[in-house]
Design a protein around this ligand. Structure first.
Ligand SMILES: Nc1ncnc2c1ncn2[C@@H]1O[C@H](COP(=O)(O)OP(=O)(O)OP(=O)(O)O)[C@@H](O)[C@H]1O
Ligand SMILES: [Mg+2]
Length: 330
């Protein structure tokens, strides 16, 4: 598949704000290693899911793609449609903010309650100086609302967010992204606040946008069963590292990494590994300020061996680009 975007060795570090006490005690400045050397590729018309527990760096990576972090926090290379995202002078490729949009989790907070839907959805066009003409804006807003499944669109233009259901609000959020005609939508936990009955509607909408408009999506979720339902490809993140990566069916039906197996095993409805012993993890994701030596996952891995504590595991292709980063099977 032709790549839309490629991330090469992406690293994100944030300084930890120090309290007065630690400053006068002369303690060293600390950093959070939120993302540590991630490589990934999203194809045209492809949905990639990023899964992992809280704090694994999913949102941070989503914000790297949408260029929402301060530049000095991010290292590595991003290639969009075959070209580097920044020129030699460090200037961002023009028009990039129109090609890539981010949708957040909470449709209640992401819509301004004082504005009508027409104003909310047209705002990205105004901010990006695409048009000032009321007529042009209205045509694009109506098209975006219809593409997001809010029909007839004219019935929604004059409403306020509180006059909509949760599912409809999330569709308005999607419409605000679609109005820019993006090539990639980064959707950060877009259905986790929604009722189960309307979750599948929003998932179907993302699939429809992929199939009918060729829009790619990075779908961020902590729920591997949702990732399975919607994605073409899955990346499994742990403490800022990608532990497993590949086509969704291959990763779910034939998970290689103990962490991926554990994520699958806690999902009651995913019975793909029913003949095997369940993999249960101890403890919680450690603090990304002091990363474990060797494999980042070893302190919680039920199968950890001596080498896992000492050396970083290799990245191995187990077939068709299905990558596993683990010392097992060496
Ligand atoms: N602006 C920031 N400054 C300092 N630390 C940050 C910042 N943003 C994120 N972090 C830290 O980076 C790590 C990764 O955070 P991130 O939000 O990417 O995780 P996540 O996988 O999206 O988690 P969740 O599932 O809870 O949303 C966390 O330890 C977090 O505290
Ligand atoms: Mg997050």
């Amino acid at each position: 598949m032709e790549p839309l975007i490629q991330l090469k060795n992406i690293r994100v570090k944030f300084p930890v704000k120090r309290g007065f006490a630690s400053m006068i005690a002369g303690q060293e400045k600390k950093v959070v290693h939120a993302v540590n050397g991630i490589n990934l590729e999203i194809g045209k018309s492809e949905i990639m899911a990023l899964v992992g527990e809280s704090g694994s760096g999913k949102t941070t990576l989503g914000k790297v793609i949408t260029v929402l972090h301060p530049k000095d926090a991010v290292a590595g290379e991003i290639v969009f449609l075959g070209e580097s995202l920044w020129d030699e002078k460090g200037k961002l490729k023009s028009g990039y903010h129109q090609e890539v949009c981010m949708i957040f989790q909470d449709p209640y907070q992401s819509l301004n309650p004082k504005h009508k839907i027409e104003k909310i959805v047209s705002e990205p066009l105004v901010v990006n100086k695409i048009s000032k003409s009321k007529a042009v804006l209205r045509v694009r807003v109506i098209q975006a609302l219809e593409d997001a499944g809010l029909v007839p669109a004219v019935d929604f233009l004059d409403r306020y967010p509180h006059e909509l259901s949760g599912g409809q609000r999330q569709r308005v959020v999607v419409a605000s992204a679609l109005v820019m005609s993006p090539k990639l939508i980064v959707a950060d936990e877009p259905v986790s606040m929604l009722d189960v009955s309307i979750r599948s509607e929003i998932l179907k909408l993302l699939l429809k946008l992929r199939d009918e408009k060729g829009i790619s999506c990075l779908f961020i979720t902590h729920d591997i069963s949702l990732a399975w339902a919607i994605s073409d490809k899955i990346g499994v993140m742990y403490l800022g590292t990608m532990l497993e990566y590949g086509d969704t069916e291959s990763v779910i039906q034939n998970p290689q990494n103990p962490y991926t197996r554990a994520l699958i095993d806690i999902m009651p409805k995913m019975r793909v590994r029913k003949n095997e012993k369940r993999m249960l993890l101890k403890g919680e994701t450690p603090n990304p300020i002091e990363l474990p030596e060797g494999c980042v996952f070893h302190p919680r891995c039920p199968l950890a061996m001596a080498c896992c504590k000492a050396t970083k595991p290799p990245s191995r292709d187990v077939g068709n680009g299905h990558i596993n980063v683990c010392h097992l099977l060496e």
